[in-house]
Design a protein around this ligand. Structure first.
Ligand code: ZN
Length: 265
């Protein structure tokens, strides 16, 4: 495996452009939150009062902001070493926002399924994004610290229509695509510029949950660009199509493990 990592380093150095895809297996380890004693208490409390389920994403955001997943942080550091001085673009379907916490250029990241950086009206009534409700985030934190009770918390709502205010993530009633479309445009333009260039593609933990966003389009890119090479890293869905030929390396490993090992080498 070490040899493959060294080869990947070399290929990144030689590449004109680097394309990175981040999927479900390369995301914040939510077990860290679930194993927290206070969180377990809260889970029991809101199990009995389901109208308070809405506080869960606020708790998730608090934990993400703590950058509590040390192994994931290390993996991101390793990724940064590989690509940060190159011309890169990153597409991520991980909702944990970790990609925005490790010094990568924000104008070179697109996260089409959203995350915790913006909120929206559940029905997107005004076709616009809303800022994160930091006042509520603070209250949820106080509740976590037992300075407030559930009764002190009231679900935030849209000023315009009174519907729920939710984090801008795929899965809300009407997803506000305003959150990523301008970056998506940049991404597609960037991709046009990869034609006939030496392109190194790194796919980290992209499975089959949403294959039409990263996995299948990446395979197409490899097919059409003779100077490209893909590293597909996944614990179980690491297979590459035969038509990729020798322009692909599949690595059967969790991407966090693969990158952190390369990092400590
Ligand atoms: Zn609204």
């Amino acid at each position: 495996m070490e040899q493959i990592f060294t080869e990947l380093e070399e290929r990144c150095k030689e590449a004109d452009l680097i394309l990175v895809g981040i999927g479900e297996e390369f995301q914040f380890n939510w077990n860290i939150l679930q194993q927290d004693e206070r969180y377990q208490e809260i889970e029991k409390e809101i199990d009995a009062r389901e109208e308070y389920m809405w506080i869960v994403p606020f708790l998730q955001k608090l934990w993400i902001e703590k950058k509590a997943d040390m192994r994931l942080n290390k993996a991101y550091e390793a990724l940064s070493k590989l690509i940060s001085d190159k011309n890169y673009f990153i597409i991520s379907t991980a909702i944990d926002d970790s990609i925005y916490q490790h010094g990568f250029r924000e104008d070179r990241i697109v996260s089409p399924v959203g995350g915790f950086r913006k909120m929206q009206c559940d029905y997107n009534c005004k076709s616009e994004l809303l800022d994160v409700d930091y006042e509520m985030l603070g209250k949820v934190k106080s509740y976590y610290n037992k300075e407030l009770t559930l009764n002190d918390l009231q679900e935030p709502t849209c000023d315009q229509c009174g519907q729920k205010k939710r984090f801008n993530q795929l899965g809300v009633t009407k997803y506000a695509e305003e959150g990523y479309l301008s970056q998506w445009e940049k991404y597609t333009k960037w991709l046009q510029g990869t034609v006939n260039k030496k392109l190194c593609v790194i796919e980290l933990g992209v499975g089959l949950e949403m294959p039409n966003i990263i996995r299948w389009p990446f395979e197409k890119i490899i097919l059409y660009n003779q100077k490209s090479h893909i590293y597909r890293i996944h614990s179980s869905l690491y297979q590459l199509g035969e038509n990729v030929g020798d322009r692909g390396t599949s690595i059967k490993e969790k991407p966090v493990d693969f990158l952190t090992k390369g990092f400590v080498k």
